[in-house]
Design a protein around this ligand. Sequence first.
Ligand code: ADP
Length: 193
Amino acid sequence: MFNLILFGPPGSGKGTQSANIVRSYKLEHISTGDLLREEVSQQTPLGVEAKKYMDQGLLVPDEVVIGMISSKIDERHGARGFIFDGFPRTAAQAEALDKLVEFKNTEITLMLSLEVPEADLIKRLVGRGISSGRSDDNEEVITKRIKEYHSKTTPVAAHYNAQGKLEHIKGDSSIEQTFKLLAKHIDKYLLPE
Ligand code: ADP
């Protein structure tokens, strides 16, 4: 199996590039942000709990997210591989994911980290808030999300760097150009279908 973590700050293009990667390489996409928003819109107990954190730009507690991921991996057994988008987002989540994939007799193959200057991120996210109406894409909450990213999520890159799996990708050019850069790394392991 080929299991990719697509990493980067809010607004770095993980969702957009995940869609491109899924189309080319036929991987299963697991986005914790999408899964959580789905729970919120269906007003499940998990969604009601998660919303309290999301609306403030804070991370949802690890145990909530880890449980959700485990069941999604099980639902899609037989997959060629997974793209994890927005997960892991804390050191505890990274350790949990490593154990989870080991238990399923596989491993994380590669982490690709999208690098985008902070001023661009804020511009992109404010723009997305206007067009999508996402409640956490307003300037006050965006600033908090980026702060959470720096304090809690950056250690995840060090975790996979120590395993020799981290590659940095320049993420501030066009969608097509960024995809080409990502694909160059993925092609070392897996050819497009
Ligand atoms: P972005 O990457 O643009 O911030 P996401 O859709 O990935 O957007 O996440 C939106 C919100 O969902 C986060 O601010 C956080 O509250 C919650 N969330 C998503 N993934 C996780 C995770 N792995 N751990 C904790 N909270 C998460």
